[in-house]
Design a protein around this ligand. Structure first.
Ligand SMILES: C[S@@+](CC[C@H](N)C(=O)[O-])C[C@H]1O[C@@H](n2cnc3c(N)ncnc32)[C@H](O)[C@@H]1O
Length: 332
């Protein structure tokens, strides 16, 4: 299992598009994505994971004149920054604070039946990772939060580490982080919180590093990487939202419309791959069944069954792109 949620850290300055803020996020696999989706003037594109707006900017440049980009992010801070960045684009860019799991309702709520292009660039942005208040990174001492949308009353990372039982914590770290020392870390968390609750990323980082024997520390990533990934996935219900989002996206693409999804770890990529492969099948009956009894009919064409990965030049330029997988589909 690949465990690092890889985030770029500087923006692509697409000529002719609004400039990013000083804090930057460099989109991964942008050129293969645009080449595959071929956005055209007059089209309606949805960027379901706006982030710092690098992909919205690239889409906007190609769908105008005549087209528009609907840009969604569940992080209200990203949406607020986006509104400022794209203010001059007027009606060509609509920023929405929302969850891509509700993409169909969001699009229908704008009076549209279908769209031409949807992009999902999963995970968190460099801006979120580097925001001291958010608790996504083990590089800074922050409150143990990790919510992409901090406005709701959903569980934080602190609620999980201080509230879940030891078995639940161990399963979480193993299943969502691929952490082989999950049980040791869970036991250390429970021991520690019996003295005082864990409040900060630094406390958790130190505890995890101490729970993993030094000789087993991973070579290329920080020992706390897998624990942080697992907590982030759970706090934000990332897999559930992705599953719902894939169904919503497929349902709102018009015939001939295209979808591009970029995943950064194997849990995400497997879910995306399976959703696309099922939607591209004419029958989903068990293979041993001689006659088809399902009413399932293919709604997608997959130009390739393989994911597109960053080339050597992109990896040299942005080594944190190394786990990115881009999958493309076309609505039938
Ligand atoms: C990797 S960043 C996207 C970067 C963006 N493509 C760019 O060029 O700047 C992922 C963004 O998606 C948002 N996000 C993650 N899951 C989401 C969901 N279920 N619904 C809406 N936004 C989501 C995160 O808040 C984050 O801002």
């Amino acid at each position: 299992m690949t465990t690092v949620a890889v985030m770029g850290n500087s923006a692509s300055a697409t000529p002719g598009t609004p400039e990013p803020s000083a804090l930057e996020h460099r989109p991964v696999l942008l050129h293969p994505l645009i080449d595959s989706l071929q956005p055209k003037p007059g089209q309606v594109a949805v960027d379901g994971t706006f982030g710092a707006g690098g992909m919205t900017a690239a889409l906007l440049e190609r769908v105008t004149p005549g087209g528009r980009v609907i840009a969604i992010d569940r992080d209200p801070a990203a949406v607020a920054r986006g509104r400022a960045r794209f203010a001059q684009a007027g009606a060509a860019v609509t920023l929405v604070a929302g969850n891509f799991a509700d993409l169909d309702q969001i699009v229908h709520g704008m009076g549209l039946d279908a769209v031409d292009i949807v992009v999902l660039d999963l995970g968190i942005s460099s801006l979120q990772l580097d925001d001291l208040a958010r608790g996504f990174s083990f590089r800074f001492d922050s409150p143990l939060d990790m919510r992409m949308d901090p406005t709701g009353d959903s569980e934080t990372a602190a609620d999980i580490v201080n509230g879940w039982d030891e078995g639940g914590l161990a399963s979480l770290l193993r299943d969502y982080g691929g952490e082989r020392f999950a049980r040791r870390i869970a036991a250390a968390i429970v021991r520690r919180r019996s003295v005082a609750p864990l409040h900060s990323t630094a406390e958790l980082t130190e505890l995890v590093a101490a729970a993993i024997p030094r000789r087993f520390w991973p070579k290329r990533i920080h020992p706390a990487t897998r624990t942080f990934q697992a907590l982030r996935i759970e706090v934000n219900q990332e897999l559930k939202n992705l599953e719902l989002g894939m169904q919503a996206v497929i349902s709102i693409l018009r015939p001939g419309g295209r979808l591009g999804v970029i995943a950064f770890h194997s849990l995400e990529d497997t879910l995306v791959k399976n959703s696309l492969h099922v939607a591209a099948k004419n029958c989903i009956c068990p293979p041993q069944q001689p006659l088809c009894t399902c009413a399932h009919r293919a709604s997608l064409h997959l130009p390739s069954r393989k994911a597109i990965k960053p080339d050597a030049a992109e990896l040299a330029d942005n080594p944190r792109a190394r786990s990115a997988h881009l999958r493309i589909a076309e609505k039938l």
